[in-house]
Design a protein around this ligand. Structure first.
Ligand code: PMP
Length: 445
């Protein structure tokens, strides 16, 4: 298996040779909140699959729903005049779920990148229907991550995901992230940073012309960019500026939508109603590739009342709503609600962050501790004063030793990221902290 991996398989977000030199961990089983690798080693999955296995690996109702649906109808498309019933039922459940966010219509996809792409397309189309075809540009945040389709790559805020694929969409404006640890504003005060980004946004709008801008896309808590939690004033301010200039607000909630931050959606965390929302990942507890774009009434009414050439949605996938994915999502929503996991995410998140802060007192390597609910990160530095990033080798060492000590964590840039299942216990939190302590001790030695 290891030889075939080296010979035949390329891995996402990795140099092909890297995966040949250092074989990946091959995961063969999952049980509860633990995974088992091909050597038979069992560890706590502090990555939660990839921010998505919110209910762990033994969620029987979701598995059963997929099995039953495969027996009844393994596939039918939602494309030009056909659909399937679990999907319709799901659109009703999602309208209930997202009712507090003001989102009542859904468009189904097969993952996060598809959902982002759909949001970007619908935003442009909305303005075309509204007689403003020149509103085509997107605004996004440096350190934002929005997937790997060309649209998503264009709004991504990290050059690593962009430079090999340019030219990308023209006219994307990147504002600084609301990042208090390191930013160009010379302050760590979150409210001041939010206000400064607001002024930059206004300045760009004046410079570019509001009537050229389609939408702002933001993650309510930035994930892959290093778990950046904005000040509570940030998203409301972005909403207010968008409203004043006729710019749509897209909330990319591929990570945050189903309780991970301790609130049911990231938008709700900040009291903001987006115009479009991308979701995926935890919508099926990671058991089936699936996503949904949620659409606000204001946007839906424009599409549904349109008469001209631009009204019809010229966009869709073979898997715009796989019935087994829909069945998985229905069961996941039910379990997610029944177990009330957003409250667990908030409680375990506080315990994890408190423990990480204690580790920061002990390990010089930790420059910053960040998190909201069970989205958490340590930023590792080689020099605390200069806040210079720790080396790749250090990050790898922390990850490897933590794994040997019982927990899989993820590294991204200089960050160690934790996004465990929301159903972890207080004891599991301690397991993560103990494993990290071992990793940091080894890397700091
Ligand atoms: N948006 C955000 C905020 C994400 O975190 C991700 C994936 N990590 C995506 C979009 C892309 O989702 P996918 O990998 O399912 O295509």
């Amino acid at each position: 298996i290891i030889e075939n991996n080296a010979r035949h398989m390329w891995h996402p977000m990795a140099h092909p040779a890297e995966m040949q030199a250092q074989p990946p961990r091959i995961i063969t089983a999952g049980e509860g909140v633990e995974i088992v690798d091909i050597q038979g080693k069992k560890v706590l999955d502090a990555v939660g699959g990839l921010w998505n296995v919110n209910l762990g690996y033994s969620c029987e109702p979701v598995k059963k729903a997929i099995r039953d649906q495969l027996d009844e109808l393994p596939y039918y498309s939602t494309f030009r005049g056909t659909t399937n019933s679990p999907l319709i039922e799901l659109s009703y459940e999602l309208a209930e779920w997202f009712q507090p966010d003001g989102l009542s219509r859904s468009f189904f996809t097969s993952g996060g990148s598809d959902s982002v792409e759909t949001c970007l397309r619908l935003a442009r189309q909305y303005h075309k229907i509204n007689g403003q075809p020149e509103r085509t540009k997107f605004v996004a945040l440096k350190k934002g991550y929005h997937g790997t389709h060309f649209g998503g790559a264009s709004v991504n805020g990290n050059q690593n995901f962009r430079r090999s694929y340019e030219p990308l969409l023209p006219g994307v404006i990147h504002l600084p992230a609301p990042f208090s640890y390191r930013n160009p504003f010379g302050t760590s005060d979150g409210a001041e940073i939010a206000a400064a980004i607001g002024r930059l946004f206004e300045d760009e709008i004046a410079f570019q012309g509001a009537d050229t801008i389609a939408a702002l896309i933001v993650e309510p808590v930035l994930g892959a960019g290093g778990v950046i939690v904005p000040h509570e004033t940030f998203l409301p301010l972005m909403r207010e500026i968008c409203d004043r200039h006729g710019i749509l607000l897209i909330a990319d909630e591929v990570i945050t939508a189903f309780g991970r931050t301790g609130a049911w959606t990231g938008s709700r965390l900040w009291g903001v109603k987006p115009d479009l929302m991308s979701t995926a990942k935890a919508i099926t507890n990671g058991y089936f590739p699936f996503g949904a774009v949620m659409i606000a009434d204001k946007v839906a009414e424009v599409f549904e009342g349109s008469k001209g050439a631009f009204g019809s949605i010229g966009h869709g996938y073979t898997y715009s709503g796989h019935p087994a994915g829909a069945a998985a999502a229905l069961a996941t929503l039910k379990e997610t609600k029944r177990l009330n996991v957003a409250d667990d995410a908030a409680a375990r998140g506080e315990e994890l962050i408190a423990g990480l802060r204690k580790l920061q007192d002990k390990h010089e390597l930790i420059g910053d501790v960040r998190g909201k609910g069970l989205m958490c990160a340590l930023e590792l530095v080689s020099d605390r004063k200069r806040k210079s990033a720790a080396s790749k080798d250090i990050l790898q060492k922390v990850q490897d030793v933590a794994y040997d000590a019982g927990a899989l964590v993820r590294t991204s840039g200089a960050n160690v990221i934790m996004s465990p299942p929301l159903v972890i216990t207080a004891g599991d939190v301690q397991t993560i902290l103990t494993a990290l302590d071992a990793g940091l001790t080894a890397a700091g030695a």
